[in-house]
Design a binder for this molecule. Structure first.
Ligand code: FE
Ligand code: FE
Length: 200
């Protein structure tokens, strides 16, 4: 019985494997320019754009709160600067949607929701007017920037692979700004904040 079942499964698998290429050929003849693989990938790509669009739209609202919570004017200024830059990231994504002839729509990004929740937790857990607060805020902000760097880095590579250099260039532009922000936050932290936080 067991042997028969295995044989039947193998036969079924073989049929499935054989069926796959012919299906592809059929679809490819109806869609001359884009293969089914490409269009499915584009759908996935657009979905990921909606995810980072949600993330940016929520980050732009969270950054002013982080600025308000910051102790040092240096960190407040860094958050202020990145609020404006994040607004640009939103606009760049809208440009990308337009280039792809897709409607700009946001889809909840669980990762950014979690990172912003964590930032709120740090504000709750630290005292206002301390450098521990600032050190914590920088930690939270750098986690956000690293998430954005990973996202834009991968999406830019995807776009380039899809032959969309126009989209890839826009995503790379934002990627470079996220990287610069991360470096700027490290500079603020290592300037005096970390040392003072340790001494508190
Ligand atoms: Fe951003
Ligand atoms: Fe950012």
């Amino acid at each position: 019985m067991a042997t028969t079942k295995t044989a039947a499964n193998t036969a079924a698998k073989k049929t499935a494997t054989k069926a796959a290429p012919s299906k592809t050929t059929k679809a490819a003849t109806t869609k001359a320019e884009s293969t089914p693989e490409e269009s499915e990938f584009q759908e996935f790509f657009v979905d990921e754009l909606k995810d980072i669009y949600w993330a940016e739209k929520h980050l732009v609202k969270a950054l002013p709160k982080m600025k308000k919570a910051a102790t040092s004017p240096e960190l407040a200024a860094a958050f202020e600067k990145h609020t404006q830059e994040t607004q640009t990231h939103i606009e760049v994504l809208e440009q990308v949607f337009e280039l792809l002839e897709e409607k700009a729509a946001a889809k909840k990004c669980d990762a950014m929701a979690g990172l912003l929740e964590e930032a709120n937790g740090i504000i709750e857990d630290t005292d206002a007017g301390t450098m521990i607060r600032d050190a914590g805020l920088i930690l939270a902000a750098q986690k956000v920037e690293h998430y954005e760097i990973a996202t834009y880095g991968t999406l830019a590579v995807f776009a380039r692979t899809m032959g969309r250099d126009d989209v890839a260039d826009l995503l790379t532009q934002t990627l470079e700004n996220e990287k610069a922000t991360d470096v700027a936050l490290t500079t603020v932290a290592e300037g005096f904040i970390n040392e003072q936080a340790v001494a508190e």
